[in-house]
Design a protein around this ligand. Sequence first.
Ligand code: B16
Ligand code: MG
Length: 215
Amino acid sequence: NIQACIFDLDGVIVDTAVYHYKAWKRLANTLGFDFTEHQNEQLKGVSRMASLELILGWGGINGKTEEEKLAMATQKNEWYTEMINKMTPAEILPGAREFVESCRAAAIKTAIGSASKNTLTILNKLELTPLFDAVIDGNSVNKPKPDPEVFIKGAEALNARPSQCIVFEDAMAGIEAAIAGGMKTVGIGSADTLALADVVVTGLDKVTLEMLTSI
Ligand code: B16
Ligand code: MG
């Protein structure tokens, strides 16, 4: 029986990838290069500083000091937060609110397990904060996915055994993290990229609690 469901945020509950892309692109442009939306796919689920390293690599930019990199990431985050501060509940992905509510109605605990340090801002803008019993985000973990820390902390906060938790993730690193933590996984996206997940669906609008009992 399932004790808890732990949800990744970006790509599962809401799609903030387009805002991350706009803000990173603006930063890249100030540094004199550009990158594609296709390249941006590689940044999903990747922490802010690790994303910056990848982007600088694409632009062939070397030799920046840690201080300069921190300033760049901070600038990007300012542009990004300007955009997410304008988000509304209309941007919740199809079925997400309904599925989380159905978990709660069935006495299944719910948590967010996200790499984003902006998790609470986003949840508040979407008016979803009260639907989660715990929020573990980029501010509360030291080791990024695929390390299982974020999901293990989520399970602990919910008082659930890992083997009785289901993790919903759109990024391969997140699926790997959940497996490493001993949890069951539902991939949100395509079966090609999320091959290790126990099941893969296109979105939370396609998930039912009955489905979960058989994985
Ligand atoms: P921030 P998730 C991740 O969220 C995003 O997918 C990734 O693109 C982003 O770089 C990362 O959060 C950090 O976000 O700059 O807001 O701290 O998919 O783990 O919910
Ligand atoms: Mg994600």
